[in-house]
Write a protein that binds this ligand. Structure first.
Ligand code: GAR
Length: 171
């Protein structure tokens, strides 16, 4: 039995996709959320997943007492310091073809840039933002008639399929 910790700060759609994917598999999932009242906590309650609400400053103290096979960042909107990264393997998903459009609002910035394509990248986490060895990526065409909302929906649906499969492969 493998055990993973999903770390998230916001909506939690990737968290939910991961939980659904591993529902009948030998993988235990827990959630760590750093934001009070984040929607991802409602999802954890509904899906019956054990969750911890831990402020960013207390995260190292909290994690060093625990052991997970993999730490999965899914919209965790803080940069992890080096001491946390020494605790195990951390992966992240980012809604662009890295190294393009690092940081926040990556989908919107790609859309406004008039690029013809963008995508999704899964990568190991290192000391910098949206950096680290790339594990997998998937391209997404930006069609001329697409609205920003269309593009966001397409990117998220790619994320929800790609991330669980990559996590399973790493495990
Ligand atoms: C996802 O699109 C993820 O790629 C992005 O945050 C969103 C979280 O959505 N992460 C980053 O931008 C990391 N720099 P979710 O809460 O619905 O899973």
């Amino acid at each position: 039995m493998k055990k993973i910790l999903v770390m998230a700060s916001g909506n939690g759609s990737n968290f939910e996709a991961i939980v659904e994917y591993f529902k009948n598999k030998d993988v235990e999932i827990e959630l760590l959320c750093n934001i009070e009242g984040a929607n991802v906590i409602n999802r954890a309650k509904r899906l019956n997943i054990k969750y911890y609400r831990v402020g960013f400053c207390d995260t190292y103290e909290f994690l060093k007492e625990k052991k997970y096979d993999l730490y999965v960042l899914a919209g965790y909107m803080r940069i992890l310091p080096h001491n946390i990264l020494t605790l195990g393997r951390f992966v992240n998903i980012h809604p662009s073809l890295l190294p393009q459009f690092k940081g926040i609002d990556a989908i919107k910035r790609a859309y406004l840039s008039n690029a013809k394509e963008t995508g999704v990248t899964v990568h190991y986490v290192d000391d910098e933002v949206d950096s680290g060895e790339i594990i997998a990526s998937e391209r997404c065409k930006i069609e001329p008639d697409m609205t920003l909302k269309d593009l966001e929906e397409k990117i998220h649906s790619i994320e929800h399929k790609l991330y669980p499969r990559v996590i399973e492969e790493i495990l």
